[in-house]
Design a protein around this ligand. Structure first.
Ligand SMILES: Nc1ncnc2c1ncn2[C@@H]1O[C@H](COP(=O)(O)OP(=O)(O)OP(=O)(O)O)[C@@H](O)[C@H]1O
Ligand SMILES: [Mg+2]
Length: 317
C-alpha cells in the first residue's frame, strides 16, 4: 500500500443544514442536522484517502485546544498517522462555520488560526522521504509556507522521487501567481479548481489556463470544474476531459479534496490517468451526497462500484 503525506491546511468544519437566513435578534431557527468534520485541502483529502484504503501521514499545525484534540481524535479514528501534526501555543485550531443552503451552496466563515503558524521548521522531511506521494494542500491560507518555502518542499519531493500533487485555497489577491510560481517547476500534478486556476492566471478558456501552468513548469494540470467535471493536460500534449457523475447534491463541501484523494489512490494502484480521474470523480460525487467533506465515501470497493454504475452529466465547456 502506498504511503501518502497530506501536508497543509487542517480545519475543523462545523456545518448545519438547511440554513436560509441568520435569525433576527437572538431568535433560534431549527435545523435538520449539524456536524463536525475534519476538513481542509490537506486534512479533508487525508480523511478521504484513508477511507479509500491509503496509508496516510498528516502534516500540519493545530492549536493546543479542544478543537485540535478533536481533529486528532477524528483522524486517528480513520487510522491516519498524526504524530507530525504540531501543536502551536497561543493560537486556536483553524475552524470554519458553514451554514449550508437548501440548494447545497456553502458560504463559509473562517478563522485561519494555527494554519497561519505552520512553517518549514514544522515539516518532517524524513516522513516525506518515506512516502510515495505528497499532497500539498492549502496554499494562500498558509502564510509561512506560501511562495518560496512551498517551492522548497516541492523540490524536495522531486529530488527524492516522491510524486507531488498540489491543491490551493484561492483567496483573491494581487500576487497570486508569485505564491505558486516557485513550486510549479517541481510539481507533478497541479490540482486547483478551474476557478482558482483562472484567478491565478487571469485567463478564461481552460485550454489557455492549462497551457499557462504547463508553460510555468507544472508537469501536468488536473483542474476540477464542479458539475462540469474535470480536465487533465500535460507537458507532452495529452489532454483528457472527464464528465462529472449525476448525484442528488446535498452539500458540495470537500468535493475538491475528495477528487484529489481519488486521483492519488487511482495513480497509486497503477491505474492510468483517465481511470484515476474517473475514480476521483466518483469520490467527489459521493461527497456531494451528504453533509460535510467526509460524507458519502465508504471505502474503495463501493466507490469503484459507484464509478461503474453512475450516469455522467453533460459537459458545457
Ligand atoms: N454538483 C455536482 N454534481 C456532481 N459532481 C460534482 C458537483 N460539484 C462538484 N462535483 C465533483 O467534484 C469535483 C470537484 O469539485 P469542484 O470543482 O467544486 O472542486 P473545488 O472547487 O476544489 O471544491 P472544494 O471547494 O471542495 O475545494 C468535480 O470535478 C466534480 O467531479
Ligand atoms: Mg478546492
Amino acid at each position: 500500500m502506498s504511503k501518502i503525506v497530506c501536508l497543509g491546511v487542517h480545519i475543523l468544519d462545523v456545518l448545519g443544514r438547511p440554513v436560509t437566513r441568520i435569525p433576527d435578534g437572538q431568535n433560534i431557527d431549527l435545523l435538520e442536522e449539524i456536524r463536525f468534520t475534519v476538513a481542509g485541502t490537506a486534512a479533508g483529502t487525508a480523511i478521504d484517502l484513508a477511507k479509500l484504503g491509503a496509508d496516510v501521514i498528516a502534516m500540519g499545525a493545530l492549536g493546543s485546544d479542544h478543537i485540535g484534540d478533536t481533529v486528532i481524535t477524528i483522524m486517528q479514528g480513520y487510522g491516519i498517522e498524526t504524530r507530525h501534526l504540531v501543536r502551536k501555543k497561543n493560537v486556536q485550531t483553524s475552524a470554519t462555520m458553514l451554514p449550508i443552503r437548501p440548494n447545497g451552496e456553502r458560504p463559509a466563515l473562517h478563522v485561519i488560526g494555527a494554519n497561519g503558524e505552520f512553517g518549514l521548521d514544522d515539516v518532517s522531511w524524513e516522513a516525506i522521504r518515506s512516502a510515495q506521494y505528497a499532497h500539498l494542500g492549502g496554499f494562500y491560507l498558509l502564510p509561512k509556507l506560501d511562495g518560496e518555502p512551498a517551492g522548497r518542499i516541492a523540490k524536495f519531493c522531486r529530488d527524492n522521487g516522491v510524486v507531488s500533487t498540489m491543491d490551493v485555497l484561492g483567496v483573491p489577491r494581487d500576487d497570486m501567481l508569485s505564491v505558486v510560481a516557485p513550486s510549479l517547476p517541481y510539481l507533478d500534478y497541479f490540482m486547483p479548481s478551474i476557478d482558482e486556476a483562472r484567478m491565478i492566471c487571469g485567463l478564461s478558456d481552460w485550454r489557455d489556463v492549462c497551457k499557462f501552468f504547463i508553460d510555468h513548469g507544472a508537469r501536468a494540470c488536473v483542474f476540477k470544474m464542479g458539475a462540469n467535471g474535470s480536465v487533465y493536460a500535460d507537458a507532452t500534449g495529452v489532454t483528457l476531459r472527464v464528465p462529472a457523475f449525476q448525484v442528488k447534491v446535498v452539500d458540495t463541501t470537500g468535493c475538491g479534496d475528495a477528487y484529489c484523494a481519488g486521483f492519488i489512490v487511482g495513480m497509486s494502484r497503477g491505474w492510468d490517468i483517465e481511470q484515476s480521474m474517473r475514480l476521483a470523480t466518483a469520490a467527489s460525487a459521493l461527497v456531494a451526497t451528504g453533509l460535510g467533506s467526509d460524507a458519502g465515501i465508504v471505502d474503495f470497493e463501493t466507490t469503484v462500484e459507484f464509478m461503474k454504475a453512475a450516469q455522467t452529466l453533460p459537459m458545457t465547456e
